[in-house]
Structure formats: structure tokens, C-alpha cells
Design a protein around this ligand. Structure first.
Ligand code: GLC
Length: 442
């Protein structure tokens, strides 16, 4: 299906170079007593839920501080929830049903405006999360039975997306959520009866959102914008978006894993925080497998962050300050490694991220003039073995989180090593593989 209007290839490349972004879930659910799915799961009466807006002030929300925090974590782009499934819109939305917006509550502020301005000023790519799905419309749950409501829901989405793509200057990323056709009809799908096995392949209503029109409007308003695929029949997206899991190795199609710093998307007081080791290994593994990482933080109801979240983000940033060259601007692979580590490459450089040393050595092709170093500055032993370079770092210098080893060749790594080379096979059949490399080199 069409990727309309623009060739956004250059933007895609640039975004893939950035590698690491901040996802921010903040809204009426951030009080911490209910999660962002509570309205649906409990369920909570929509009017009762809307009452929460009466307390929504966001008095500690400071978009520039958010941007600074993202930067101090080494993040290069940000994606803010503009409207989650509960329908509360964090901007001056004329199209929002019942005027359920951050302007029509004590806050009286356009948080999307403040956010986009701060991203632009801070030089980060600007991303907006938008859920076309809105639980306030019965037509979402039973689109055929409540046709009028379903039509109003579609209309709201088109108009709100028009607002978001015309009133806030440059938008680099549109992060849809819950917009796939198969989400329509949750009333039947999920609530009491569980999902039918074929609900993804057999949506109740096809092309509910009128995607050709919507996609064209968005890509016309924002030349070269990048969109994820969580809408329509998924073919309109520029990349796919695995959630709460490391995407499988794939260097052919762009993707981005989204995951959380705590145990949920929205704020929960006292929630356990992801360890530094887990943050770094998640990022490194995603990058080595070929993706970007969008890591979620959850500000409190007033817009401020938990101290432990700030501290952890800064630690991540400090790590990236030292080892970022093995992450930013790289592409995954070309060697596929297991849980114990991964590889990434950038032009002539191959980076090995070793989390656990399952053997004392790692193997890479022995091509003339290859230079090896450990980015921590630790001593490295390099021996020629079975036609490969066998690289080792003495155990006392191995890092608990990630020992990054850089191998510099005198030509592009991807000209030397085939994409998706299986490390186990490759190290087993070392001699054969290496000879093949050298022959190719001559
Ligand atoms: C989901 C959930 C949601 C969350 C999102 C982030 O699909 O509906 O609560 O915002 O994923 O990826």
C-alpha cells in the first residue's frame, strides 16, 4: 500500500542513526492510583474518569527540563503522549469530543506546544504519540452497531491529527497506537469473551480509518514525516514497533522496540526501576539486532520526575558518553550473537558488545591491517587462530555490563562479513569462513 507524497528515506536513515529516544506517558492516569488502561479494565465510568481533569494542573511540567533530561540520558529524540486511549488531549484541541483537553482544566496549558517548542529548541527529533482509539466512543467497541459514534471517532482522529501536524511546527515522528483496524470492536474481542484467534487477520471493519486520506494528509502537512505502523492495515507505516521485547535480528526493515524504565507505562509511586545493567544491555541488544530503542519514563501527575528515574537516566547518559560511538550511527550486525552479546557496525568499524563471556575469546575475520581495541582502554590479546582473530580481554578487565571491543578494518565491515552471519556456526567453521573472506578480499 502507498507510502504517499514524500520520499522519507533520508529522514529514516537519520532517525535510525539516533538510536535512542525517550517515550513519555503522562496524563490523567499519572496520579498513580490507576494505570493508563484502568478506565477500560476496571472499568471506570467515563464521566467519573473525566472528573480527574479537575485536579490536573501540571504545575511542575517543564518541557525544557524534560528535553535536558533526555539529553543527559543520551537520548536523541522524544515521543510524548498527546492523547492516550482515555481521550484526554494535552493540547488545544478544537476537535476533541466534549472538550476534554488540558486547556479545559486547571492547567489551562497547551502541553504539546510547550513540548514541541522545547524539542525544537533543544535540537531533538520531535515525536508525537497519538491514539486514534478513544474509549469514550461506543462506536469503538461496536463499530457496526454504533455507526454514528464510530464515524464521529474517525472524524475526531482526522481532525486531531490535522491539528497536530499543522499547529506545532516540525513533527518528525508520528507514533500511532491502537489504530490497527483489528482493534476496532474491542467490545466483542476482549471484554468478556477473550480475543478470537483470528482477530488480527480478520478485523471486523476494514480500513476503518480511511487510511489513504489520513496518510496523505499527514505526509502532506509534514514533509518526510516518519510514521510507525500501528494504524490501519499496518502497511502505511515506515517501521514496525515491537513492544516490551527486544525485536528479533532484522537489518532489512526499520524497527523500534519500546519498553519501560519501570514496570508500567504510566506513573506508579514506588515502582521498581530498571537497573543500569538492564538499561544498557537492552539498548545494546536492540541496536545489535538492528533496531532503535524508545525507553519510557513516567512523570508524576504534576509533571515532575521521580528522583531515582532521573538518577538512572543520567547513569545511562554517562555510559553513552564513554561508549556511544559503538551505538549511535551504527547498524545491527552483521554477526548475529546470542544472549551473551551482539555486534553493530559503522563503515569500517565492527563493535562487539559482550555481556557475558561464555568463552575466553571472541572471533572475528582476520583481514589484513585489522586493529583491535577495547573501548574501556583495557589490554586486549589478539591471536590468529584457525584463520580468525581470537580476541580476549583479561577477566579482571571485563565489564559487568558490557565490554565493548572495536575492530577497525580497512574497508567496510559489511563488505567483509555477510549480513546475519550466525556467530555459532561461524566460529565453529572458522577456517572455511575465513578463507572465503580472504579470497573475497583479494
Ligand atoms: C500499548 C498500550 C499502551 C501503551 C503503548 C506503548 O499498546 O495500549 O498503554 O501506551 O502500548 O507502546
Amino acid at each position: 500500500m502507498p507510502k504517499t507524497i514524500n520520499d522519507n528515506q533520508q529522514n529514516m536513515k537519520n532517525w535510525q542513526d539516533q538510536k535512542f529516544g525517550m517515550f513519555i506517558h503522562w496524563g490523567l492516569y499519572s496520579k498513580g492510583d490507576i494505570g493508563e488502561w484502568s478506565m477500560y479494565c476496571n472499568p471506570i465510568d467515563i464521566d467519573e474518569y473525566a472528573e480527574r481533569a479537575k485536579d490536573f494542573k501540571g504545575d511542575k511540567f517543564n518541557a525544557e527540563e524534560w528535553v535536558d533530561l533526555a539529553k543527559s540520558a543520551g537520548m536523541k529524540y522524544m515521543v510524548m503522549i498527546t492523547k492516550h486511549h482515555d481521550g484526554f488531549s494535552l493540547w488545544d484541541s478544537k476537535a476533541c469530543k466534549d472538550n476534554h483537553t488540558s486547556l479545559n482544566c486547571p492547567a489551562k496549558r497547551d502541553f504539546v506546544k510547550e513540548f514541541t517548542d522545547a524539542c525544537h529548541k533543544g535540537g531533538l527529533l520531535t515525536g508525537l504519540y497519538y491514539s486514534p482509539l478513544d474509549w469514550r466512543f461506543p462506536g469503538f467497541f461496536f463499530p457496526q452497531m454504533y455507526k454514528r459514534s464510530a464515524n464521529e471517532l474517525r472524524e475526531q482522529a482526522h481532525k486531531q491529527l490535522e491539528e497536530l501536524t499543522t499547529n506545532y511546527g516540525r513533527v518528525d515522528l508520528m507514533w500511532y497506537d491502537g489504530g490497527e483496524d483489528y482493534w476496532l470492536g474491542h467490545g466483542i474481542h476482549m471484554h468478556k469473551f477473550g480475543r478470537p484467534a483470528d482477530f488480527k487477520t480478520n478485523p471486523q471493519v476494514k480500513d476503518f480509518w480511511d487510511m489513504e486520506k489520513l496518510d496523505k494528509m499527514i505526509r502532506t502537512n509534514q514533509k518526510g514525516i516518519i510514521c510507525n505502523d500501528r494504524i490501519g492495515d499496518k502497511t502505511y507505516g515506515d517501521y514496525f514497533a515491537p513492544e516490551k521485547k527486544i525485536g528479533e535480528y532484522n537489518t532489512q526493515k526499520a524497527w523500534e522496540t519500546c519498553d519501560t524504565m519501570t514496570n508500567g507505562w504510566g506513573y506508579h509511586p514506588g515502582a521498581p526501576i530498571r537497573s543500569l545493567r538492564s538499561c544498557i544491555q537492552l539498548l545494546a541488544k536492540v541496536v545489535c539486532n538492528g533496531g532503535n530503542l524508545l525507553l519510557n519514563v513516567a512523570p508524576k501527575f504534576d509533571g515532575s520526575f521521580e528522583e531515582n528515574e532521573i538518577a538512572r537516566l543520567k547513569e545511562v547518559g554517562a555510559w553513552l558518553e564513554k561508549y556511544g560511538e559503538s551505538i549511535y550511527g551504527t547498524r545491527g550486525g552483521p554477526i548475529k550473537v546470542d544472549d551473551w552479546g551482539g555486534t553493530a557496525n559503522k563503515d569500517n568499524k565492527l563493535y562487539f558488545h559482550v555481556f557475558d563471556w561464555i568463552s575466553d575469546e571472541i572471533y572475528v575475520p582476520d583481514v589484513e591491517n585489522a586493529k583491535v581495541k577495547c573501548l574501556t582502554g583495557a589490554p586486549v590479546t589478539v591471536t590468529k587462530k584457525n584463520g580468525l582473530l581470537a580476541i580476549s580481554v583479561p577477566s579482571k578487565y571485563r565489564q559487568e555490563i558490557d565490554t565493548v571491543i572495536e575492530i577497525t578494518y580497512d574497508k567496510k565491515v559489511t563488505d567483509i562479513i555477510e549480513d546475519a552471519t550466525d556467530y555459532n556456526e561461524y566460529s565453529k567453521s572458522a577456517i572455511f569462513k575465513n578463507e572465503a573472506v580472504i579470497v573475497a578480499d583479494l
